[in-house]
Design a protein around this ligand. Structure first.
Ligand code: PDD
Length: 292
């Protein structure tokens, strides 16, 4: 079966899907994107991803190219045509196509790319063991709340993790704060059992998975504090874990050469991973998952 993509109003074989060399995404990374997990052929927290896309675009003064409902029709069509059971939907909206010049072009129509593909999601086997992460300096711009496609610092950090055979890379500011990771949010459990994660704002991406986990943790009566924490605190944490669309909840058992606690996934991370899996299974059990 050949894969189908959506580009600017047309469904086209993935291999033939192309954008203009004058698309501002290619020259300026002048674009925002979303990645949504597909489970049982339905999206996870779809409405949240749509809302964040609209917000990212609004912060960049890019017009939302169509209504969330119309974009949902495309997502649904691609999940169906590509027979995605477990995988991801990728949506990218750029400012559009115009001769290269930094300032916004006068008349321009946003470009839209949507793809859906099956593929390795979060592995339970990996989560059972927990993962190693590395650290990298957080050299990104100051608007990390916008899910923009300019991801070079994230790419470099993740490549450094890959080279060290690590799952992810924690991003650390010059004053030692762990903001998040290259493509996931970071969490720690302190000695008193409270859950800590960086507050939203301009310094991190407000993860959709992060928001759901906060809700699940509060429902479970786990004390939660949204505050910045340092790498020093993380190294001495009772538990550490990551969250994200393609990560779910992933226990971290090693940071660089330092083993976290006893080197096994902690009970809070394990519990939240199970709660999140149940939440995903429940939400994707009906077509209401597509509601926006
Ligand atoms: N990344 N922080 C960063 C920098 C991210 O890129 C991501 C997601 C997250 C987690 O957000 P969410 O829970 O909404 O997926 C946090 C996606 C998966 C990506 O770029 O592929």
């Amino acid at each position: 079966m050949s894969h189908v993509a959506y580009v600017n109003g047309r469904y086209t074989p993935h291999r033939e899907a192309v954008v203009s060399i004058d698309d501002r995404a290619t020259q300026f990374a002048d674009a925002a994107y979303e990645v949504t997990c597909v489970w049982s052929g339905r999206p996870v927290d779809h409405a949240g991803h749509m809302t964040r896309l609209a917000r990212s675009l609004s912060e960049l003064s890019i017009a939302m190219p169509m209504s969330p409902a119309a974009l949902t029709v495309i997502c649904r069509e691609l999940v169906s045509r590509n027979r995605v059971n477990r995988g991801i939907i990728y949506i990218q909206v750029s400012r559009g196509i115009a001769p290269r010049a930094h300032a916004f072009p006068a008349r321009v129509k946003p470009s839209v790319i949507v793809t859906a593909r099956g593929g390795a999601g979060p592995s339970d086997a990996v989560a059972e063991m927990g993962v190693k992460v590395t650290t990298a300096e957080d050299i990104r711009w100051k608007r990390r709340d916008i899910k923009a496609t300019g991801l070079l610092p994230n790419v470099l950090a993740r490549q450094a993790a890959s080279a060290a055979k690590a799952y992810e890379s924690l991003l650390v500011t010059p004053d030692g704060v762990v903001t998040e990771a290259s493509a996931s949010n970071a969490w720690m459990v302190a000695a008193d059992g409270s859950l800590i994660t960086h507050p939203t704002g301009n310094d991190i991406l407000a993860g959709i998975t992060r928001a759901t986990i906060l809700k699940l943790a509060r429902e479970a009566g786990i004390p939660v504090t949204e505050r910045a924490f340092t790498l020093k605190e993380a190294l001495a944490a009772r538990e550490m874990f990551l969250s994200g669309t393609t990560t779910f909840v992933m226990p971290v058992v090693q940071i660089g050469e330092t083993t976290i606690a006893n080197g096994a996934p902690g009970s809070v991370a394990r519990d939240l991973r199970e709660r999140y899996a149940a939440y995903v299974a429940q939400q994707t059990s009906t077509d209401a998952a597509w509601n926006v």
